[in-house]
Design a protein around this ligand. Structure first.
Ligand code: FES
Length: 157
């Protein structure tokens, strides 16, 4: 077992966690079906997301909650708690999400939610061509975002 996999001591979030243990702005580490997951309460709303950063696997429980986002502690990727999508690089893939409901004084993590599709950029909003200078994380994220959200991306070479 790695330090980032779920521990037997961590709760099965599908079995429910007493609501008094899910404090505003706090993170409850646990698992859902054996997968490490986090249960978070932000502005009174409950979110359940994967516990591991999709970039290099950092434990997101050690990260920072800010509004409806969670920031990775290692390279500061930022994910939306609501959609699971990466908002800031270097992570390119989103987090798993589960539906959460309040039931009998418990926060119960239910079924996995489908992947959220990012909004498509309208062709009318895009310039005819885009040149990305630099091959670092930001340049890579720009290219991947354009591929995901725009219609056509061509490499110049
Ligand atoms: S491991 Fe999370 S941003 Fe790199």
């Amino acid at each position: 077992m790695t330090e980032h996999s779920s521990s037997a001591a961590e709760p099965d979030l599908a079995q429910g966690v007493p609501l008094e243990n899910v404090v505003e702005g706090g993170i409850v580490k646990g698992h859902v079906g054996g997968e490490p997951a986090l249960l978070v309460c932000q502005a009174g709303e409950l979110f359940a997301v994967g516990a591991t950063c999709t970039h290099y696997g950092a434990p997101l429980a050690d990260g920072l909650l800010a509004g409806e986002t969670i920031r990775c502690p290692w390279h500061h990727a930022c994910f939306s708690l609501r959609t699971g999508l990466p908002i800031r690089p270097p992570a390119l893939d989103g987090l798993k999400r589960w539906r959460v409901e309040r039931r009998d004084g418990q926060a119960v993590v239910c079924e996995e939610l489908p992947d959220t599709r990012p909004p498509r950029l309208a062709a009318a909003q895009l310039p005819e061509s885009i040149l990305i200078i630099g091959g670092g994380a930001a340049g890579n994220a720009a290219a991947m975002t354009l591929r995901r959200e725009a219609t056509t991306v061509r490499s110049p070479c």
